[in-house]
Write a protein that binds this ligand. Sequence first.
Ligand code: ADP
Ligand code: MG
Length: 650
Amino acid sequence: MTIPTIEHKPLLHLENVERHYPNGDSVVRALNGVSLTVWPGEFVAIVGQSGSGKSTLMNLIGCLDQADSGHYRVLDRDVANLDADQLAALRRETFGFVFQRYNLLNTASAAENVEIPASYAGMSKPLRRARALALLEQLGLANRSDHRPMQLSGGQQQRVAIARALMNDPPVILADEPTGALDSQSGRDVMALLEDLHRQGRTILLITHDESVAAHARRIIHIRDGHIVSDSGEQHDGCLAVPPPHREPGTTGLLADLSEAGKSATRSLRVNLFRTALTLLGIIIGVSAVVTMMAVGQGSQKKVMDQMTAMGTNLLLIRPGAPGLREGGDVATLSPDDADALAYLDNVQWVLPERSARLTVRHGNVDYATSVQGVSPNLVQVRDWPVASGDFFNDNDMTRFAPVVVLGQTVANILFPFGEDPLGRHILIRNIPFEVIGVLTAKGASASGTDRDDGVFVPLTTGLVRLFGQNHLNGITVRVFDVDAIEATEQAITELLIQRHQTQDFRVRNMTSILVTAAETQNTFTLMLGIVAAISLIVGGIGVMNIMLVSVTERTREIGIRMATGARRRDILLQFNTEAALVCTLGGVIGVVLGFGLGGLLAWFGMTVVFSPLPALLAFSSAFGTGLLFGFLPARKAALMDPVVALAAE
Ligand code: ADP
Ligand code: MG
């Protein structure tokens, strides 16, 4: 193999570099004016006692950290002028790191660890895998590629780390106490490897506190208290070196990056299965709550609307009391004569005057308080409410003030509990006997939930004279022929009644306007349900943020390792955002499915539910949105982390 000679200029050049750490009120002068030139192909050992500043120097050289003053050039480029991404590119392509504590990702296999730098360099998956396996084989780990770091010995882990450092074929290997944690045999193996790499033309910078380890190097530099105290001399005569690779950065597209991020997100979510499940639960509850509640809300709205429409949009309701007056109290402004007069108006089909009171009815020894309603015989037509047995009273009963009564189903069942036929029997209302001449069909609950079968009907005339002791009405219901002309009829009724009363002491409403009001009430109800559900969704989102913050904190060292191996900020951002998005998507999908399931269950129990795609879509996208939003902050925190600080985390 022929190795091309590189242009004869320094590879690394430090000039009067200082690095000070604030430490309470004082500063630790970790590096105190270090000047150093390293030429391509050199094998340099930097030796010094613990705390002398070796690691600080190494981190500066490897662009994990920046000097406070002085200059540092890599191949004539001043690193002070490089932005975060360019520094990441240098780490990725120029330097390969080997650390004392290996710094492997515990959740990834040996081969996956080795692949990391190449994934950030944009190498395709199959190429990457093949190269990682080849490197592991060269380093004697062919049958260990699927093992996790914990399943490997220290020496093996360090060899995995060396394979990782070689993955992007960098010209410079930076090794910070690579043998420090190893037994002596593994240590000798690692040193032999480094010598091999040097022979192949790579520049090696080795840090050690051990003179015997340093003896492997061609050039030895001693450092003490942040100063270089001795240097055995630069060696740059005719040196051979591996040139920095000329690669197109980022040859993979966003799609490949995304799929990579997706894989690593899945892995980290799987590792913390229980925590992931809890986070998912928050999202699932939020989303399914939105879906179910909206279905219930819309169902209840539909039910009310259907019932009101069934009552007829061809009805006008006239109530006593001036417009704007609060309802309640007994306002004596509508008389039976008003009802008679209305019957002669155009477009009026039926007029139903009504007067009701809550009274006790009795049969045998059963007493029951119910709504006693005095109405005209046309109730049957106006309300579309036929009798189930017997007859409804007629005009004749009206004129002769007949003491007859027609029972609603509920009352019939209560007064005649043993299946006796009520027809022809007498019941007492206010101690006056009334003959039961009919029983109405069951009508069920009204829109407002009251039981419409809980009532009895007597002729209005009889009721006014013998039961209510009043001669005015609670209301008049008018049924029109032509619904399209209902507004004109409403107008005509208003004018006629004003003319008769000399003032507007009544209100006329049509069913359509009542429907609109009901719809508004129902919308408010649905909205309230929606808000409650949305709050739980936000809580779910906060759960995601919480978990992501924990995840970032917990995995600070992983972030550091990824940065040291060349991850750009956007790679880190993408990785954590993908995790959040994945949790939210999964939670959203499960939540929507569960929401539909719960709604279906409620429907099975007889509740009216209406599923529409919009709430599901809305809930899903807000879950996704909150997840991304709340996931973004922790992700950004991770991306902005300082590589050295992140690496130092435990
Ligand atoms: P070595 O690697 O030679 O053992 P270091 O470069 O790690 O030494 O540290 C040099 C000096 O700087 C030490 O006194 C150490 O305590 C100090 N130091 C290193 N990192 C930090 C830091 N992040 N904050 C404060 N002081 C630090
Ligand atoms: Mg150190």
